[in-house]
Write a protein that binds this ligand. Structure first.
Ligand SMILES: Nc1ncnc2c1ncn2[C@@H]1O[C@H](COP(=O)(O)OP(=O)(O)OP(=O)(O)O)[C@@H](O)[C@H]1O
Length: 274
C-alpha cells in the first residue's frame, strides 16, 4: 500500500510515535484437565499515537483475547505489551474500553448521566457533571441524561457506553465488536459518529470487528489475523482521507480492492473451532 494521506485529517494530531506495542504475544487457555486451547500463537503489532487500527480475523482466532491482553485485563503466556514505553500489568488509567454487550455494561438502576459519570468518582461533582454533559453532547444524547438505559433503544444505549468511555478523557479507546448488536442502519450511524469522535479527540483507537467494511471505513490501518493459534498475516494501510462519508467511501475503487484483499486473506485462513 502507498503512503497514508495524513494531511487530510485536520482535527486529529497524528504522530509516528508508538503508543501501544505488542511483541511476540502468545496465549493458551486450559480448563482443568480438559484440552488446552492455543488462542494466540505469536502476535506482534504496534499502534502509533493518534492512529485508528482495526483488527479482523476468522471467528475464534483470539481477537477478544488479544484485546484483553492489550488492555491489561489478561496476562499473556508469552511476549509483552508496552504502553507508552512501559510494560502493561493492569489497565492503564487513561485507557477506556467499549464492549459489544451494552446491556450488560450499563447499570439499569442508574440514569444515563449517572452511568456516564460512573468512572469519575474521584472528581468533584461539578467536574463529573460537566464531563458527562460534554460526553453526552458528543454522542448526541444530551436530552436523555435523566432517562434510564432501559428506556433507550439498543443504538442509544451503545452511545451511552461510548459517552462513558470518552468522559474518562482517555488517550486510548479499545472497542470489541461495539456495533455487532445493533441493526444495520444504526450501525452505519454509530460507525460514522465514533470515527469522527475519535478523530476530533485525537484518540488512539483499536477496533476489533468481524465486519471487513466497518474495519476499512473506520480505520487508518487494518491488521488481519490468521486462524487460531493466531498470528498477523497482513497489515493494510487505508489511504482514504477523512472525514469519511460511508456511502461515498464504499463506492471508491480502493475500498473494493481492500475489501477483496482482506476477504481473500481471511478466506485463506479458515476459522478454527471456537
Ligand atoms: N477464558 C477462557 N477460557 C477458555 N478458553 C477461552 C477463554 N477465552 C477465550 N477462549 C478460547 O480462546 C479462543 C479465542 O477466543 P476469542 O474470544 O479471543 O476469539 P475471537 O476471535 O474474539 O472470537 P469471535 O470472532 O468468535 O468473537 C476460542 O477458542 C475461545 O473458546
Amino acid at each position: 500500500m502507498t503512503e497514508q494521506t495524513k494531511q487530510a485529517v485536520p482535527m486529529k494530531e497524528r504522530t509516528d510515535h508508538t503508543l501501544l506495542e505488542v511483541t511476540g504475544l502468545g496465549k493458551h487457555f486450559s480448563l482443568g484437565t480438559g484440552p488446552t486451547t492455543h488462542a494466540i500463537g505469536d502476535v506482534s503489532l504496534s499502534v502509533a499515537d493518534g492512529e485508528f487500527v482495526a483488527i479482523v480475523g476468522p471467528s475464534g482466532c483470539g481477537k477478544t483475547t488479544l484485546l484483553r491482553c492489550l488492555s491489561g485485563l489478561l496476562r499473556p503466556d508469552q511476549g509483552q505489551v508496552r504502553y507508552a514505553g512501559e510494560p502493561v500489568n493492569r489497565v492503564p488509567g487513561d485507557l477506556a474500553i467499549v464492549f459489544q454487550e451494552y446491556n450488560r455494561s450499563l447499570f439499569p438502576w442508574l440514569t444515563v448521566r449517572r452511568n456516564v459519570e460512573f468512572g469519575l468518582t474521584d472528581l468533584p461533582r461539578a467536574v463529573r457533571r460537566e464531563r458527562a454533559r460534554e460526553a453526552l453532547e458528543r454522542v448526541r444524547l444530551e436530552g436523555f441524561a435523566d432517562h434510564f438505559p432501559w428506556q433507550l433503544s439498543g443504538g442509544m444505549q451503545q452511545r451511552v457506553a461510548i459517552a462513558r468511555a470518552i468522559a474518562l478523557h482517555p488517550r486510548v479507546l479499545l472497542m470489541d465488536e461495539p456495533f455487532a448488536s445493533v441493526d444495520a442502519q444504526t450501525r452505519t450511524a454509530l460507525e460514522e459518529m465514533t470515527a469522527s469522535i475519535s478523530a476530533a479527540l485525537g484518540l488512539t483507537t483499536l477496533l476489533i470487528t468481524h465486519d471487513i467494511d466497518e474495519a476499512i471505513f473506520m480505520a487508518d490501518r487494518v491488521v488481519v489475523l490468521s486462524a487460531r493459534p493466531s498470528r498477523v498475516v497482513a497489515e493494510l494501510q487505508v489511504d482514504i482521507s477523512r472525514p469519511r462519508d460511508e456511502l461515498a467511501v464504499k463506492a471508491l475503487p480502493e475500498f473494493s480492492e481492500l475489501r477483496r484483499r482482506i476477504h481473500d486473506l481471511i478466506g485463506a485462513s479458515p476459522a478454527a473451532e471456537a
